[in-house]
Design a protein around this ligand. Structure first.
Ligand SMILES: [Zn+2]
Ligand SMILES: [Zn+2]
Length: 360
Protein backbone atom coordinates (compact mmCIF):
# COMPACT_ATOMS: atom_id res chain seq x y z
CA UNK A 1 0.00 0.00 0.00
CA UNK A 2 1.28 3.43 -0.94
CA UNK A 3 0.15 6.92 -0.02
CA UNK A 4 0.18 10.05 -2.16
CA UNK A 5 1.33 12.64 0.35
CA UNK A 6 1.74 16.28 -0.67
CA UNK A 7 3.67 18.88 1.29
CA UNK A 8 1.90 21.42 3.46
CA UNK A 9 2.98 24.10 1.01
CA UNK A 10 1.54 22.26 -2.03
CA UNK A 11 -1.80 21.67 -0.36
CA UNK A 12 -2.01 25.25 0.89
CA UNK A 13 -1.38 26.60 -2.60
CA UNK A 14 -3.87 24.17 -4.15
CA UNK A 15 -6.50 25.36 -1.70
CA UNK A 16 -5.85 29.08 -1.32
CA UNK A 17 -3.79 29.75 -4.48
CA UNK A 18 -1.24 32.52 -5.04
CA UNK A 19 -3.60 34.73 -6.98
CA UNK A 20 -4.15 37.83 -4.76
CA UNK A 21 -7.86 38.05 -5.62
CA UNK A 22 -8.44 34.43 -4.61
CA UNK A 23 -6.32 34.80 -1.48
CA UNK A 24 -8.43 37.74 -0.37
CA UNK A 25 -11.61 35.82 -1.24
CA UNK A 26 -10.34 33.06 1.05
CA UNK A 27 -9.51 35.53 3.80
CA UNK A 28 -13.13 36.72 3.73
CA UNK A 29 -14.49 33.31 4.72
CA UNK A 30 -15.73 33.28 8.29
CA UNK A 31 -13.29 32.09 10.95
CA UNK A 32 -14.93 28.67 11.36
CA UNK A 33 -14.93 27.94 7.64
CA UNK A 34 -11.27 28.91 7.35
CA UNK A 35 -10.44 26.75 10.35
CA UNK A 36 -12.06 23.75 8.69
CA UNK A 37 -10.53 24.39 5.24
CA UNK A 38 -7.08 24.91 6.82
CA UNK A 39 -7.29 21.29 8.02
CA UNK A 40 -6.34 20.40 4.41
CA UNK A 41 -2.71 21.26 5.08
CA UNK A 42 -2.47 20.45 8.81
CA UNK A 43 -0.19 17.40 8.84
CA UNK A 44 -1.84 15.99 11.99
CA UNK A 45 -5.43 16.56 10.84
CA UNK A 46 -7.79 13.79 11.83
CA UNK A 47 -10.42 15.03 9.35
CA UNK A 48 -8.48 14.90 6.08
CA UNK A 49 -5.64 12.61 5.06
CA UNK A 50 -3.58 11.54 2.07
CA UNK A 51 -4.84 9.35 -0.77
CA UNK A 52 -4.04 5.69 -0.27
CA UNK A 53 -3.22 3.56 -3.30
CA UNK A 54 -4.10 -0.10 -2.95
CA UNK A 55 -3.03 -1.59 -6.27
CA UNK A 56 -1.59 -0.89 -9.70
CA UNK A 57 -5.09 -0.93 -11.13
CA UNK A 58 -6.09 2.09 -9.03
CA UNK A 59 -7.21 5.17 -10.92
CA UNK A 60 -4.25 7.50 -10.32
CA UNK A 61 -1.73 4.86 -11.43
CA UNK A 62 -3.62 3.83 -14.55
CA UNK A 63 -5.06 7.20 -15.66
CA UNK A 64 -2.46 9.94 -15.27
CA UNK A 65 -4.33 13.27 -15.28
CA UNK A 66 -3.22 16.84 -14.61
CA UNK A 67 -4.33 17.82 -11.10
CA UNK A 68 -6.83 20.67 -10.79
CA UNK A 69 -6.28 23.14 -7.95
CA UNK A 70 -8.82 25.74 -6.82
CA UNK A 71 -7.45 28.46 -9.07
CA UNK A 72 -7.61 26.26 -12.17
CA UNK A 73 -11.18 25.33 -11.34
CA UNK A 74 -12.15 28.93 -10.66
CA UNK A 75 -10.67 30.27 -13.89
CA UNK A 76 -11.93 27.45 -16.16
CA UNK A 77 -13.83 29.33 -18.91
CA UNK A 78 -15.86 26.25 -19.93
CA UNK A 79 -17.19 25.50 -16.47
CA UNK A 80 -20.99 25.65 -16.08
CA UNK A 81 -22.22 27.62 -13.07
CA UNK A 82 -25.78 27.51 -11.67
CA UNK A 83 -27.65 30.80 -12.09
CA UNK A 84 -30.96 32.05 -10.64
CA UNK A 85 -32.55 30.94 -13.95
CA UNK A 86 -30.81 27.55 -14.03
CA UNK A 87 -30.89 26.49 -10.45
CA UNK A 88 -32.30 22.97 -10.42
CA UNK A 89 -30.79 19.52 -10.56
CA UNK A 90 -33.30 17.16 -12.20
CA UNK A 91 -33.23 13.44 -11.51
CA UNK A 92 -34.79 11.10 -14.07
CA UNK A 93 -35.33 7.53 -12.97
CA UNK A 94 -35.19 5.00 -15.84
CA UNK A 95 -36.83 1.67 -15.00
CA UNK A 96 -37.42 0.68 -11.38
CA UNK A 97 -34.73 1.11 -8.71
CA UNK A 98 -36.41 -1.32 -6.32
CA UNK A 99 -38.46 -4.48 -6.53
CA UNK A 100 -41.73 -2.62 -6.34
CA UNK A 101 -42.90 0.77 -7.49
CA UNK A 102 -43.17 2.07 -3.93
CA UNK A 103 -39.65 0.91 -2.95
CA UNK A 104 -38.37 2.52 -6.13
CA UNK A 105 -40.11 5.80 -5.33
CA UNK A 106 -38.76 5.81 -1.77
CA UNK A 107 -35.26 5.12 -3.07
CA UNK A 108 -35.36 8.05 -5.49
CA UNK A 109 -36.67 10.31 -2.72
CA UNK A 110 -33.73 9.35 -0.48
CA UNK A 111 -31.31 10.18 -3.30
CA UNK A 112 -33.10 13.47 -3.94
CA UNK A 113 -32.85 14.41 -0.25
CA UNK A 114 -29.18 13.47 -0.21
CA UNK A 115 -28.40 15.63 -3.26
CA UNK A 116 -30.34 18.53 -1.76
CA UNK A 117 -28.13 18.41 1.32
CA UNK A 118 -24.91 17.79 -0.61
CA UNK A 119 -25.49 20.62 -3.12
CA UNK A 120 -27.08 22.74 -0.41
CA UNK A 121 -29.04 25.69 -1.77
CA UNK A 122 -29.86 24.19 -5.15
CA UNK A 123 -33.27 22.69 -5.86
CA UNK A 124 -33.45 19.01 -6.70
CA UNK A 125 -36.51 17.94 -8.67
CA UNK A 126 -37.70 14.53 -9.74
CA UNK A 127 -38.91 13.97 -13.27
CA UNK A 128 -41.71 11.43 -13.65
CA UNK A 129 -40.03 7.97 -13.79
CA UNK A 130 -40.00 6.35 -17.23
CA UNK A 131 -39.62 2.75 -18.37
CA UNK A 132 -36.57 1.88 -20.50
CA UNK A 133 -38.84 1.69 -23.57
CA UNK A 134 -39.54 5.45 -23.34
CA UNK A 135 -35.89 6.22 -24.13
CA UNK A 136 -35.93 4.16 -27.37
CA UNK A 137 -32.34 3.17 -26.59
CA UNK A 138 -30.51 0.11 -27.91
CA UNK A 139 -29.88 -2.75 -25.50
CA UNK A 140 -28.02 -6.04 -25.38
CA UNK A 141 -26.95 -8.92 -23.20
CA UNK A 142 -23.34 -8.61 -22.07
CA UNK A 143 -21.30 -11.58 -23.36
CA UNK A 144 -19.24 -11.89 -20.19
CA UNK A 145 -21.65 -11.08 -17.39
CA UNK A 146 -24.84 -12.10 -19.23
CA UNK A 147 -26.87 -9.22 -17.84
CA UNK A 148 -29.02 -6.72 -19.70
CA UNK A 149 -27.36 -3.45 -20.70
CA UNK A 150 -28.65 -0.23 -22.21
CA UNK A 151 -26.77 2.20 -24.45
CA UNK A 152 -25.52 5.14 -22.37
CA UNK A 153 -25.05 7.62 -25.24
CA UNK A 154 -28.60 7.17 -26.51
CA UNK A 155 -29.96 7.77 -23.01
CA UNK A 156 -27.97 11.01 -22.87
CA UNK A 157 -29.66 12.14 -26.09
CA UNK A 158 -33.06 11.31 -24.57
CA UNK A 159 -32.23 13.31 -21.42
CA UNK A 160 -30.95 16.27 -23.39
CA UNK A 161 -34.28 16.51 -25.22
CA UNK A 162 -36.15 16.43 -21.91
CA UNK A 163 -34.00 19.04 -20.16
CA UNK A 164 -36.30 21.65 -18.56
CA UNK A 165 -35.66 25.40 -18.92
CA UNK A 166 -34.59 25.90 -15.29
CA UNK A 167 -32.28 22.88 -15.23
CA UNK A 168 -28.65 23.26 -14.26
CA UNK A 169 -28.37 19.59 -15.17
CA UNK A 170 -30.43 16.44 -15.68
CA UNK A 171 -29.11 13.17 -14.34
CA UNK A 172 -30.59 9.83 -15.26
CA UNK A 173 -30.31 6.98 -12.79
CA UNK A 174 -31.01 3.33 -13.44
CA UNK A 175 -30.53 -0.16 -12.03
CA UNK A 176 -29.84 -1.48 -15.53
CA UNK A 177 -26.18 -1.80 -16.46
CA UNK A 178 -24.79 0.52 -19.18
CA UNK A 179 -22.49 0.16 -22.18
CA UNK A 180 -21.00 3.10 -24.11
CA UNK A 181 -20.32 1.29 -27.41
CA UNK A 182 -20.44 -2.22 -28.79
CA UNK A 183 -16.76 -2.95 -28.21
CA UNK A 184 -16.89 -1.97 -24.53
CA UNK A 185 -17.75 -4.27 -21.66
CA UNK A 186 -19.63 -1.76 -19.51
CA UNK A 187 -19.53 1.71 -18.03
CA UNK A 188 -20.71 2.91 -14.58
CA UNK A 189 -21.92 6.17 -16.10
CA UNK A 190 -21.43 8.75 -18.80
CA UNK A 191 -21.97 12.50 -18.86
CA UNK A 192 -21.84 15.41 -21.25
CA UNK A 193 -20.56 18.45 -19.38
CA UNK A 194 -21.42 20.83 -22.22
CA UNK A 195 -25.03 19.61 -22.32
CA UNK A 196 -25.30 19.26 -18.54
CA UNK A 197 -26.65 15.71 -18.72
CA UNK A 198 -25.48 12.44 -17.21
CA UNK A 199 -26.61 8.84 -16.86
CA UNK A 200 -25.44 6.61 -14.01
CA UNK A 201 -26.16 2.99 -13.25
CA UNK A 202 -26.17 1.37 -9.83
CA UNK A 203 -26.55 -2.17 -11.25
CA UNK A 204 -23.06 -3.25 -10.23
CA UNK A 205 -23.48 -1.88 -6.70
CA UNK A 206 -25.85 -4.62 -5.55
CA UNK A 207 -24.23 -7.12 -3.20
CA UNK A 208 -24.70 -9.98 -5.69
CA UNK A 209 -23.67 -8.55 -9.07
CA UNK A 210 -20.25 -10.20 -9.12
CA UNK A 211 -21.44 -13.43 -7.51
CA UNK A 212 -22.13 -16.67 -9.38
CA UNK A 213 -25.77 -16.70 -8.25
CA UNK A 214 -26.51 -13.24 -9.71
CA UNK A 215 -30.12 -13.39 -10.84
CA UNK A 216 -29.86 -10.78 -13.59
CA UNK A 217 -28.24 -13.24 -16.03
CA UNK A 218 -30.15 -13.97 -19.21
CA UNK A 219 -29.40 -16.75 -21.66
CA UNK A 220 -30.66 -15.21 -24.85
CA UNK A 221 -32.16 -11.94 -25.91
CA UNK A 222 -35.59 -12.68 -27.29
CA UNK A 223 -37.13 -9.70 -28.96
CA UNK A 224 -39.74 -9.66 -31.65
CA UNK A 225 -38.59 -6.29 -33.02
CA UNK A 226 -36.20 -3.47 -32.13
CA UNK A 227 -39.09 -1.79 -30.33
CA UNK A 228 -39.82 -4.84 -28.17
CA UNK A 229 -38.72 -3.84 -24.68
CA UNK A 230 -40.69 -6.58 -22.90
CA UNK A 231 -37.44 -8.14 -21.61
CA UNK A 232 -37.25 -5.22 -19.16
CA UNK A 233 -40.63 -6.10 -17.62
CA UNK A 234 -39.92 -7.79 -14.30
CA UNK A 235 -36.17 -7.77 -14.97
CA UNK A 236 -34.05 -8.40 -11.88
CA UNK A 237 -33.46 -5.49 -9.49
CA UNK A 238 -31.04 -5.95 -6.56
CA UNK A 239 -32.26 -5.68 -3.01
CA UNK A 240 -32.17 -2.19 -1.52
CA UNK A 241 -29.60 -2.25 1.27
CA UNK A 242 -27.75 0.39 3.22
CA UNK A 243 -24.55 -0.32 1.26
CA UNK A 244 -26.37 0.01 -2.07
CA UNK A 245 -27.82 3.35 -0.94
CA UNK A 246 -24.40 4.56 0.18
CA UNK A 247 -22.76 3.57 -3.10
CA UNK A 248 -25.56 5.23 -5.07
CA UNK A 249 -25.26 8.48 -3.08
CA UNK A 250 -21.50 8.47 -3.62
CA UNK A 251 -21.73 7.89 -7.36
CA UNK A 252 -24.45 10.42 -7.91
CA UNK A 253 -22.68 13.24 -6.06
CA UNK A 254 -19.27 12.39 -7.58
CA UNK A 255 -20.75 12.49 -11.08
CA UNK A 256 -22.78 15.65 -10.53
CA UNK A 257 -19.54 17.11 -9.14
CA UNK A 258 -18.01 16.58 -12.60
CA UNK A 259 -20.92 18.48 -14.18
CA UNK A 260 -19.97 21.41 -11.92
CA UNK A 261 -16.47 21.23 -13.44
CA UNK A 262 -14.71 19.45 -10.58
CA UNK A 263 -12.07 17.14 -12.00
CA UNK A 264 -10.61 14.09 -10.27
CA UNK A 265 -9.01 14.97 -6.97
CA UNK A 266 -5.36 14.14 -6.51
CA UNK A 267 -4.79 16.14 -3.33
CA UNK A 268 -6.34 14.29 -0.42
CA UNK A 269 -8.67 11.36 0.24
CA UNK A 270 -11.85 12.70 -1.33
CA UNK A 271 -15.14 11.82 -2.96
CA UNK A 272 -13.79 13.28 -6.22
CA UNK A 273 -10.95 10.74 -6.49
CA UNK A 274 -11.27 8.72 -9.68
CA UNK A 275 -12.07 5.05 -9.31
CA UNK A 276 -11.44 2.17 -11.64
CA UNK A 277 -13.31 -0.56 -9.84
CA UNK A 278 -15.86 -1.12 -7.11
CA UNK A 279 -13.26 -1.78 -4.41
CA UNK A 280 -11.60 1.55 -5.09
CA UNK A 281 -14.96 3.36 -5.19
CA UNK A 282 -15.77 1.83 -1.80
CA UNK A 283 -12.52 3.10 -0.34
CA UNK A 284 -12.98 6.72 -1.25
CA UNK A 285 -14.76 8.90 1.30
CA UNK A 286 -18.35 10.11 1.01
CA UNK A 287 -17.44 13.76 1.17
CA UNK A 288 -15.13 16.34 -0.32
CA UNK A 289 -11.66 17.38 0.77
CA UNK A 290 -11.34 21.14 1.50
CA UNK A 291 -9.93 21.88 -1.96
CA UNK A 292 -12.93 20.32 -3.72
CA UNK A 293 -15.25 21.73 -1.07
CA UNK A 294 -14.03 25.25 -1.82
CA UNK A 295 -14.67 24.61 -5.52
CA UNK A 296 -18.22 23.47 -4.88
CA UNK A 297 -18.86 26.27 -2.40
CA UNK A 298 -17.71 28.86 -4.92
CA UNK A 299 -20.09 27.37 -7.53
CA UNK A 300 -23.13 26.94 -5.28
CA UNK A 301 -22.59 29.58 -2.59
CA UNK A 302 -23.63 27.70 0.57
CA UNK A 303 -22.41 28.16 4.13
CA UNK A 304 -20.47 25.06 5.17
CA UNK A 305 -22.35 24.88 8.46
CA UNK A 306 -25.75 24.78 6.72
CA UNK A 307 -24.57 22.09 4.33
CA UNK A 308 -23.07 19.81 6.99
CA UNK A 309 -26.14 20.24 9.18
CA UNK A 310 -28.40 19.28 6.28
CA UNK A 311 -26.30 16.16 5.67
CA UNK A 312 -26.56 15.14 9.33
CA UNK A 313 -30.32 15.72 9.18
CA UNK A 314 -30.55 13.50 6.12
CA UNK A 315 -28.87 10.61 7.92
CA UNK A 316 -31.35 11.21 10.72
CA UNK A 317 -31.14 10.51 14.40
CA UNK A 318 -33.28 7.57 15.44
CA UNK A 319 -32.89 5.19 12.52
CA UNK A 320 -29.16 5.06 13.11
CA UNK A 321 -29.49 3.99 16.73
CA UNK A 322 -32.29 1.53 16.07
CA UNK A 323 -30.66 -1.64 14.77
CA UNK A 324 -34.07 -3.20 14.07
CA UNK A 325 -34.80 -0.66 11.36
CA UNK A 326 -33.18 -2.67 8.59
CA UNK A 327 -34.77 -2.89 5.16
CA UNK A 328 -35.29 -6.66 5.55
CA UNK A 329 -37.71 -6.12 8.39
CA UNK A 330 -39.80 -3.72 6.43
CA UNK A 331 -39.90 -5.66 3.18
CA UNK A 332 -43.48 -6.74 3.73
CA UNK A 333 -44.63 -3.19 4.23
CA UNK A 334 -42.86 -1.00 1.71
CA UNK A 335 -44.95 2.03 2.66
CA UNK A 336 -43.11 2.29 5.95
CA UNK A 337 -39.71 1.48 4.48
CA UNK A 338 -37.21 3.16 6.78
CA UNK A 339 -34.19 4.76 5.15
CA UNK A 340 -31.34 2.21 5.49
CA UNK A 341 -28.60 4.45 6.81
CA UNK A 342 -26.50 2.03 8.90
CA UNK A 343 -23.63 2.34 6.42
CA UNK A 344 -23.57 6.13 6.90
CA UNK A 345 -22.94 5.98 10.64
CA UNK A 346 -19.18 6.51 10.59
CA UNK A 347 -19.56 9.32 8.12
CA UNK A 348 -22.14 11.03 10.34
CA UNK A 349 -19.60 11.01 13.17
CA UNK A 350 -17.06 12.58 10.81
CA UNK A 351 -19.46 15.38 9.83
CA UNK A 352 -20.21 15.99 13.49
CA UNK A 353 -16.46 16.53 14.01
CA UNK A 354 -16.38 18.94 11.06
CA UNK A 355 -19.28 20.87 12.58
CA UNK A 356 -17.41 21.07 15.88
CA UNK A 357 -14.40 22.63 14.11
CA UNK A 358 -16.69 25.07 12.28
CA UNK A 359 -18.43 26.15 15.46
CA UNK A 360 -15.48 26.18 17.88
ZN1 LIG B 1 -15.11 10.64 -11.94
ZN1 LIG C 1 -10.76 16.64 -3.28
Amino acid sequence: MQTVRHSEHTLKTALISKNPALVSQYEKLDAGEKRLMDEAFRPDSDLFGPITLHSQSDWITSHPEAPQDFEEFFSDPYRKIPSPQKHSIYVQCIGLLGNTRSISEEYVKWLKGYCEAFFYGLTVKLLEPVPVSATRCSFRINDNTQNLQIHAGQILKFLKKKKPEDAFCVVGITMIDLYPRDSWNFVFGQASLTDGVGIFSFARYGSDFYSSHYEGKLKKLQKKSSSDYSVFDNYYVPEVTSVLLLRSCKTLTHEIGHIFGLRHCQWLACLMQGSNHLEEADQRPLDLCPICLRKLQSAVGFHLKDRYKALVRWVGAESIDTPTATPEHSRADPLSLPKPVEAFKEWKEWITKCLAVLQK
